[in-house]
Design a binder for this molecule. Structure first.
Ligand code: ZN
Length: 150
């Protein structure tokens, strides 16, 4: 498992050093705040929906390397996906980092996100790794209210 460990270190460091989609979107986007008081992670997520698809997504904030790298990878993973696909990814990711997959990680579905599989051994870190995803879920759910009122 050392190769996955090395890959984990490498990807976390890379995405922490130069996070992808690290920018605000214009005012037409949905803006949701996420906080993890346990670690001091804080992020603001911007999501723009178009025809049920995540047309664009960005984030800003500050936190530990895991929370920043996770937000970076999350935004990369869901950009261009439908809301339903994003929800599936969320539950797959959440099950993986909370250890519910019992070692059977769906690498095909999760892709690069599967490097976080080792996080389930560190319960405190799970909150760092899932912060961006919980924030995304809030954005997806509040979008449904808007859709039904349109
Ligand atoms: Zn953290």
């Amino acid at each position: 498992m050392s190769s996955l460990g090395d890959l984990y270190q490498e990807v976390i460091l890379d995405h922490n050093r130069s996070p992808r989609n690290f920018h605000q979107l214009d005012i037409s986007s949905r803006k949701v705040e996420g906080r993890n008081p346990l670690c001091g992670d804080h992020l603001t997520l911007y999501v723009r929906f178009k025809d049920g698809v995540i047309d664009d997504i960005g984030f800003q904030g500050s936190g530990c390397a895991i929370s920043t790298a996770s937000a970076s990878l999350m935004t990369d993973a869901v950009k261009g996906k439908t809301i339903e696909e994003a929800k599936l990814l969320f539950s797959g990711f959440h099950n993986m980092v909370t250890g519910k997959l019992m070692g059977t990680v769906d690498v095909e579905m999760l892709g690069k996100l599967s490097i976080f599989s080792g996080v389930c051994k560190f319960p405190v870190r799970v909150k760092c790794a899932t912060l961006a995803w919980h924030t995304l879920q809030a954005a997806l759910q509040s979008d449904q209210d808007v859709v039904s009122s349109e």
